[in-house]
Design a protein around this ligand. Structure first.
Ligand code: PGA
Length: 253
């Protein structure tokens, strides 16, 4: 009922030329070893590679996403990129509130909320990231943190818009650490997220896709996808090599 979605977050990696090569390898890998079926496959390059990747993925099953954006349509915001600019390049998704943005660029739930609203208003699907730090987990604050991030990030959003939001559960301690959450622990939080979404928007919460992210790789993706409330993955490191990412996607079915 919920279409699975696997997204590659390339972060600050790959020049346009390298990105182009990755897409070639990904496409040939997908052709070789996978029957991807209903799976939605998204790649999120750096801004500088979006145009190239848009051209390379035209008429393929790969969908384009960005890693961040500003919330205004245009204006005096030096160095920023607007939703309209992303749409113009063919983006369908945009990652919002990744923990690296929260941690290194001071993004608050309020900023995340503005960006989620702006994305929805521009027909971009926000992939809104939430997740607790190790310290928060060890202090039993996971539920509190996830609740605050969801309530803050989704504040004022109409119920009918919820199904266009993807929520990525990414425990901060699992990102880039090689230490993924167990599938059972990830499912517990995914269920918590679904319950909070239900409180906020009712029935439509059943249609919201929830991803797990944090050290996902070809060998563990299957265990996450087998969980009832996990509908996909947000993949960093393991999306940076085309063939390997194709294998991961193949194992996600
Ligand atoms: P990782 O990153 O797969 O390299 O842990 C995930 C993410 O930050 O989205």
């Amino acid at each position: 009922m919920r279409r699975p979605i696997v997204a590659g977050n390339w972060k600050m990696n790959l020049t346009a030329k390298e990105a182009s090569l990755l897409i070639e390898n990904l496409l040939s890998g997908l052709k070789e070893n996978t029957e991807t079926g209903l799976m939605e496959i998204v790649v999120c390059p750096a801004f500088t590679a979006l145009q190239t990747v848009a051209e390379k993925t035209k008429d393929t099953e790969i969908v384009l996403g960005a890693q961040n954006m500003h919330w205004e349509r245009s204006g005096a915001y030096t160095g920023e990129v607007s939703p309209a600019m992303l749409v113009d390049l063919g983006c369908k998704y945009v990652i919002i509130g990744h923990s690296e943005r929260r941690q290194y660029f001071a993004e608050t739930d309020e900023v995340v909320n503005k960006k989620v609203k702006a994305a929805l208003a521009s027909n971009l699907g926000p992939i809104m990231c939430v997740g607790e730090s190790l310290e928060e987990r060890e202090s039993d604050l996971t539920e509190k943190v996830i609740r605050e991030q969801l309530l803050g990030g989704l504040k004022g959003i109409q119920s009918e818009d919820f199904e266009n939001v993807v929520v990525a559960y990414e425990p901060v301690w699992a990102i880039g650490s090689g230490k993924a959450a167990t599938a059972e622990d990830a499912e517990k939080v995914a269920l918590l997220i679904r319950n909070i979404l239900r409180e906020l928007a009712g029935e439509v919460s059943e249609r919201v896709r929830i991803q797990y992210g944090g050290s996902v790789k070809a060998s563990n993706i299957g265990s996450f996808m087998a969980q009832p409330n996990i509908d996909g993955a947000l993949v960093g490191g393991a999306s940076l090599e085309g063939k390997g990412f194709a294998e991961l996607i193949g194992n996600a079915k």
